[in-house]
Design a protein around this ligand. Structure first.
Ligand SMILES: [Zn+2]
Length: 82
């Protein structure tokens, strides 16, 4: 006796979870916060962010970076204190 549904062997990884390592948008987040995406890609990322809490958190963390980097002027790195 053959059970229905058993014939499609190996098709278990069909569904990709909304958040998790399978998030393709995660790879775009860095470029997104830096404004390096095309308009089309931005739409994709924004749509994903509205559904995916995990990427939203990640995006917020990344979003801190550009402003944070701007707080330190490049010249100040090489200057000796004193
Ligand atoms: Zn996500």
């Amino acid at each position: 006796m053959v059970l229905a549904g058993e014939s499609a062997g190996g098709a278990v990884t069909r569904t990709v979870p909304a958040d998790g390592p399978g998030c393709r948008a995660r790879f775009l987040l860095g470029a997104y916060v830096l404004g390096g995406l095309s308009e089309q890609e931005e739409v994709v990322v924004e749509a994903h962010l509205s559904r995916c809490a995990r990427c939203r958190v990640e995006c917020e963390e990344l979003a801190c970076m550009p402003g944070w980097l701007n707080l330190i002027p490049p010249d100040e790195f090489g200057e000796p204190i004193a």
